[in-house]
Each structure stands twice: as structure tokens, then as C-alpha cells.
Design a protein around this ligand. Structure first.
Ligand SMILES: [Zn+2]
Length: 420
């Protein structure tokens, strides 16, 4: 191709890759990265301190107070805790749009769980030490590094320690943030820090819907009341019909009947029976289709059991009274990041710059909420290595944490821009 004068001109819009190299080469950023490497003892100290404060689902208050104090110590502005318990602090920038850097504070462990948080060499042990001790520590480390190196971003950075990510928490902290017009309108990018590691990018939000189905009937004696409608048979019929429903492998969609309860004795027609069903998919449409199929299967099984019961029972002894209830016990929206999203280009370029190999993953994290709203969001780890998440044997190895922190800092600065 003949070269034109235009092609000789320097590129006006540097590629994302060049932009990352430029940011990483700035003296203040180099100083922040060096600072992060030198501060590991402080980071481990924060992590142990925080993990010693219980934070069961719906019981994050004490940990939120601890984080609120750390945010103040680090000089963040407008530090406050909202009415559900999310802790906020802002740094730099005057732009109306901001970048949110968040980490959930809650754990899966119920109140009263013995924590026994301890350090042996490079390793930290105890429930919640990695999930999400690693994420919250990374949040503090980044805030501290920006301050130490006097870096000011163009867009403000909103630091958030949120409640309710795990289990029955059902993403309530993030939901609350994105239902507040103040944050809904201002958050341009969401970078969620969850657990340890530097090798994943969660860009697909795995959605889930969970239900408890309760069926009640008149009950009775297995011999003398034979023919009365049986709630266990209704559940059996529902399961038989529902589980025949084909599910696609892409978008991956799954279902599970995880708990089933009912009845009192072998010679009693049960008065009630219940089961818990879990539906998951990256596609909202698939989850809706499966939910509709579950409801339809239940209605059908109810009708069949009533009809069978009528056939078996003499007309004068006919007892109806079969009823059902479907209770939602969890709902996490699904969503997928646009493959051309800037946040994805940025994290990919940061990984290339650092020589870090990372895989795109699908998971259920706080990023589900912004992703389901069509916003740019990813979830990544807080560095280091962790294991035994959601068990009492949970551990975190601090070795290599600085790689994860560098990755977070460069991504954040590329998204927020650096004030000249
Ligand atoms: Zn987590």
C-alpha cells in the first residue's frame, strides 16, 4: 500500500496498550508500584485485623465501622456508611462520573463461628481471610498507594466496602448502591475485588434463581384415608416433569433440586412437603424459561394429584385442600460484558503489560448487578493465592500479592485517567 502523508503522522489516539505503558512509566506511578512492594507487612496486618472481626450475612456492622476508620485514616473524602451498611470513601478527581472500586465485607460464616485467625510465615489462616480479606486489603492498599505517591486521577475513585455479597445476602449491598440515583448516574466503571489471585477476569455474570416450593394437603392415615392427595407425590410429579426440560450448554444453564423434606411417618399421608430448587444461567431469558417451566410442572402435578385422588376416593369422603406456595429464596441477575467494552480492553492490556496470564470467567459476584444493568464491570482477585474459601480451613498466601495490586492499580488508573 502506498504510504500517505496521513499514515506518517503520529497516532493521535494511542492504543490502550500504549496508554498502559505510558501510565506505568510515569514517575508517580512507578513510585506507587514500588511502595506497594514494600508495604506487605502492613497489608497482612490489615487483613488479619479485619478477619478477626466477625461479619456474618446481615451482621457486617462491626467490620463496617473498622473499614470506615481505615478510610478516614487514609485521607479519603466524604467517608460515610449508608443505611444498609455499605462504607464509602472518595479520592481525587472533580469529574461527575467516577470509577467504583469495591470489595464485599461479609463472610459466609454464621455468628459465633470460631475465627482463630493467625499467621505462619507468608500464610494467613482462618475463615474469610481470603474471601474477602484479600479484596478488602487490596482496596485499602490501593487507596494508601495513591496517597503515598500523591497520584491524582481525572475521574474520582469511589472506594466501597459493601455488605451482602454471600449467600442469602443476595447482593443486597450492590443492589442498594445501584438503586441510588446518586451512584447509578455517576459510576462509569465498576472494578470488583473478590478473593485472592491475579489470574481471572469475571466478565460474565452467572445469574441464579432459588425457590422453596411448599405443598400442603389434608394428610391422613395411609390405610383408612388412602386416596387423599399426597404432597410428596406432587413434588415427585413436579420433579419428574421439570427435570425433563432440555437446557442449553451455551448459554450454560443448570438446575438442581438440592433439598427435599416432608412427611412424618411411613404410615401417614403427609400434611406437607417442600423442596429447594436452584436455577442458574448467564442468560436472563433462560432463567425465566426454566422458572416458567418449574411453575408449570408444579401446576400440572397439582392437577394430576387432585384428579388421581378424586378417582381413588369415594365421593362422600372426598377431601380437597391441596395447596402450594412458591417462595423466592434468592435471585441474582445474569449479564454479560460487551466484548468491546473498554474495561475489558484495559484489563487485557494491563495483563499483557505485566506478562500475566488471565482467563475470562463466569461467576456470581457483586459485578452481576452492574453487568445486568448493561454497565461496564468486572470482578478480579486481590492478588496472592488463596484456598479453602467458605471453609474453616481457609488460607491466603501473601507471596506475589504485589502483582495483583499492580494489576488493580494500573487498571484503575487507566480507567480513571491521571490528572496532569
Ligand atoms: Zn467473595
Amino acid at each position: 500500500m502506498p504510504s500517505s502523508p496521513r499514515a506518517e503522522m503520529p497516532e493521535v489516539f494511542p492504543t490502550v496498550q500504549q496508554e498502559i505503558a505510558r501510565i506505568a512509566g510515569l514517575p508517580e506511578v512507578r513510585s506507587a508500584l514500588a511502595w506497594l512492594r514494600a508495604q506487605e507487612p502492613q497489608f497482612a496486618h490489615w487483613q488479619l485485623d479485619m478477619a478477626r472481626i466477625p461479619a456474618p450475612p446481615f451482621g457486617e456492622k462491626a467490620r463496617a465501622e473498622w473499614l470506615n476508620s481505615r478510610f478516614r485514616e487514609l485521607g479519603l473524602e466524604d467517608v460515610h456508611t449508608d443505611d444498609v451498611g455499605n462504607v464509602f470513601g472518595v479520592c481525587c478527581g472533580s469529574n461527575k462520573r467516577c470509577v467504583a472500586l469495591s470489595a464485599h465485607m461479609d463472610t459466609v460464616f454464621p455468628a459465633g463461628t470460631p475465627l482463630n485467625i493467625r499467621q505462619q510465615g507468608n500464610r494467613l489462616y482462618g475463615p474469610g481471610v481470603s474471601d474477602n480479606g484479600a479484596g478488602v486489603t487490596a482496596l485499602l492498599a490501593v487507596a494508601a498507594a495513591l496517597r503515598a505517591a500523591k497520584i491524582s486521577s481525572s475521574m474520582p475513585i469511589l472506594f466501597v466496602g459493601n455488605v451482602g455479597e454471600e449467600g442469602e445476602g443476595d447482593l443486597r449491598g450492590m443492589r442498594h448502591i445501584f438503586s441510588n440515583p446518586r451512584w447509578m448516574d455517576s459510576i462509569r466503571y465498576s472494578l470488583v475485588l473478590d478473593g485472592a489471585g491475579s489470574d481471572t477476569i469475571v466478565a460474565e455474570a452467572l445469574g441464579s434463581r432459588r425457590f422453596e416450593i411448599i405443598v400442603r394437603g389434608p394428610g391422613g392415615h395411609s390405610w383408612s384415608d388412602f386416596g387423599a392427595p399426597n404432597p410428596i407425590l406432587v413434588l415427585a410429579g413436579t420433579i419428574a416433569a421439570f427435570t425433563q426440560m432440555p437446557v442449553p450448554s451455551s448459554p450454560k444453564t443448570t438446575f438442581n433440586v438440592g433439598v427435599i423434606r416432608g412427611g412424618t411417618s411411613v404410615n401417614s399421608i403427609p400434611e406437607s412437603a417442600s423442596m429447594r430448587v436452584d436455577i442458574r444461567s448467564t442468560s436472563m431469558a433462560e432463567m425465566e424459561r426454566l422458572e416458567a417451566s418449574l411453575r408449570h410442572s408444579l401446576e400440572q402435578a397439582m392437577r394430576e394429584e387432585s384428579r388421581t385422588s378424586e378417582r381413588r376416593t369415594s365421593s362422600q369422603r372426598r377431601s380437597t385442600g391441596l395447596s402450594h406456595e412458591i417462595v423466592g429464596i434468592g435471585s441474582r441477575p445474569a449479564g454479560e460484558l460487551d466484548p468491546n467494552a473498554r474495561i475489558l480492553k484495559v484489563i487485557r492490556a494491563v495483563d499483557a503489560h505485566l506478562g500475566n496470564a488471565a482467563q475470562i470467567q463466569r461467576a456470581s459476584t457483586d459485578a452481576n448487578i452492574p453487568l445486568s444493568l448493561g454497565r461496564e464491570a468486572i470482578a478480579i482477585g486481590g492478588g496472592g493465592v488463596g484456598g479453602g474459601a467458605h471453609t474453616l480451613q481457609e488460607w491466603f498466601d501473601c507471596g506475589g500479592r504485589d502483582l495483583g495490586l499492580k494489576r488493580i492499580l494500573l487498571t484503575l488508573l487507566a480507567l480513571a485517567g491521571i490528572a496532569e
